[in-house]
Design a protein around this ligand. Structure first.
Ligand code: FAD
Ligand code: FES
Length: 512
């Protein structure tokens, strides 16, 4: 056929990664699968990562940036944060040469067809909720789907707020939406912008703030975390901000002045991402937290010190104490610390943690912090599944509550399948990324405790892989600028992984 172009020789295509080619200006990824080749979209539908920098293993292509993965055979989505499959292109192999056409194959129609009189309700239009409604349709459910959320805009990528919006790199209204604007009507998802004030799991009924009552056959609850305020005098002065929503990010941005002074309370991920972004916006930034080494609990002292040094090298000043009070009359003008230090401040960002937003839920088992205790199918009660930041779920003999974007979406996808009768256990390996001064750090797995850190690479140059190891087994991995290797490790962490095998996989992934 005339529009096929010869693009490669089969024997020269590696099997452990994709190869990017261009046909008529169209970037296409060739992925070799034995003697066959697939031609797929070359950039990730999530945020545009070049997929040739990812890894190929166990029949899947793994994105380097945030580890979405796709089935090689047909580009189907296997794991988020992408929510769409890859486009496919016609390809053929003749006499060892690979020919591709730049005209994508027609994707199967994705509109829901058929009849089903059940009503599925999803509460919380964030990471988990949006993934759930998408998966309900991807799994062929044609009945009514209602997505109730109290944020005014269509679901968006919350993770961009602390990284790009506060830095002035992305206007709040340009934060990427999670689904295209025309998708909701095409998929017949009924978006309801309202607050749920009462969820009665036994009666299978949700009541909205305006009095409407919604009955459901099955529901997925993903109301996320509520950013917690400071509990000191002055905490509610204008200029003191929490950061969870687009509106809150916009309010912070409105107070950002180059040469202005910001105090960040809390040295967790949100606090330090905000510190990095506010430095980029030209502000002087002081971070206040009782423990001087950020992330020491999650990653250990040595890696924690690396994060602190990265921030200090970029002008952030740390104070190892707590806030005694926020000073100001009509608005904040400073912060007094418990050690007596007074810091001038034009704005304060509070990042001291979140609490699961479940006060309105009745008829389920709740933890002290408001988290919902789920079974391994992510079920909270008959007809009710839950996921995301509110979920406490069992895995490998531990109870986990994990505040990660990708994991919330994985919950949503699995719960959707189970609402349709799949009866699958949740087994995904947690993955988290965080962004500071232009560097993306990755955290794979989950380690409560470990007895050694094995580090390969250069912490001071932010190019390394650290294995958190307990009794010779890798519990978790922290890494920066080693994305193909972490794509392999994330897959491998699904099974017990010893240190030697982990380094072997790293070497294999990074072989040129
Ligand atoms: C600024 C920021 C940056 C982040 N960056 C990263 C990152 O880089 N990597 C990462 O892995 N994770 C990151 N996270 C964490 C990640 O965003 C969360 O783990 C994830 O959003 C959890 O998904 P969720 O669906 O449980 O909750 P959410 O995404 O918060 O969605 C919950 C939704 O439910 C709504 N809601 C709550 N109560 C009700 C109610 N009663 N009625 C109706 N609606 C309700 C909320 O308003 C919200 O829209 C970040 C979080 C924030 C705030
Ligand atoms: S760009 Fe591929 S998962 Fe984010």
């Amino acid at each position: 056929m005339a529009d096929f172009a010869r693009v490669a020789t089969l024997s020269e295509l590696p099997q452990d990664r994709g190869t990017r080619v261009e046909v008529d200006g169209e970037p296409i990824l060739l992925v070799r699968d034995g003697m066959k080749v697939q031609a797929l979209q070359a950039t990730c539908p999530h945020a545009g990562a070049p997929l040739e920098q990812g890894a190929v293993c166990a029949g899947r292509l793994i994105c380097p940036w945030h580890k979405a993965n796709f089935r090689i055979q047909d580009g189907a989505l296997c794991e988020p944060p992408a929510l769409d499959a890859l486009r496919r292109y016609p390809v053929r192999v003749e006499k060892g040469e690979v020919y591709v056409s730049a005209r994508p194959l027609q994707a199967p129609a994705d509109e829901p067809v058929g009849d089903d009189d059940r009503v599925f309700l999803v509460i919380g239009a964030g990471a988990a909720g949006t993934a759930a409604v998408t998966a309900l349709r991807d799994n062929g459910f044609p009945g009514r789907v209602l997505l109730v959320g109290d944020e005014p805009s269509a679901p968006y990528d919350r993770t961009a707020l602390s990284k790009f919006v506060l830095a002035g790199d992305m206007p709040p209204d340009e934060v990427p939406p999670l689904r295209p604007a025309d998708w909701w009507a095409r998929q017949r998802i009924e978006r309801v912008v309202a607050r749920v004030t009462h969820l009665d799991a036994r009666a299978r009924q949700a009541t909205l703030a305006d009095g409407r009552v919604l009955d459901y056959d099955a529901a997925f609850l993903a109301s996320g975390g509520e950013a917690q305020p400071l509990e000191v005098p002055g905490h509610d002065l204008p200029g003191v901000h929490l950061l969870r929503s687009r509106e809150q990010a916009a309010a912070i941005l409105a107070d950002v002045r180059p040469e202005g002074r910001a105090v960040v309370v809390g040295n967790g991920f949100i606090g330090l991402e905000a510190a990095s972004a506010l430095r980029k916006a030209g502000m002087a930034v002081h971070v206040v937290a009782p423990h001087g080494t950020p992330f020491a609990k999650q990653f250990g002292e040595r890696l924690g010190r690396m994060f602190r040094a990265l921030h200090e090298d970029n002008g952030v000043v740390f104070h190892s104490t707590e806030v005694a009070q926020v000073d100001g009359e009509d608005r904040v003008h400073g912060v007094t610390l418990k050690d007596g230090t007074r810091l001038a401040a034009d704005l304060v960002v509070v990042g001291v943690g979140v609490k699961p937003a479940t006060d309105f839920v009745e008829g389920v088992e709740k933890e002290k912090d408001g988290g919902l205790r789920l079974d391994d199918r992510l079920r909270a009660a008959d007809g009710l599944w839950a996921g995301g930041d509110i979920a406490r779920y069992p895995q490998d003999g531990q109870w986990l509550r994990v505040e990660h974007w990708r994991l919330a979406q994985q919950h949503g996808r699995l719960a959707a399948a189970n609402m349709l009768g799949a009866d699958q256990a949740f087994e995904a390996v947690p993955f988290f990324w965080t962004y500071h001064f232009g560097k993306r750090f990755e955290y794979l797995g989950h380690a409560e405790d470990w007895d050694e850190e094995r580090i390969e690479g250069h912490l001071d140059q932010h190019r390394f892989i650290a294995l958190l190891v307990k009794a010779g087994q890798v519990q978790a991995v922290v890494a920066c600028q080693r994305e193909r290797a972490t794509a392999r490790l994330l897959e491998a962490l699904g099974e017990p992984l010893d240190v030697e095998r982990a380094w072997h996989l790293v070497r294999e992934a990074e072989r040129e």
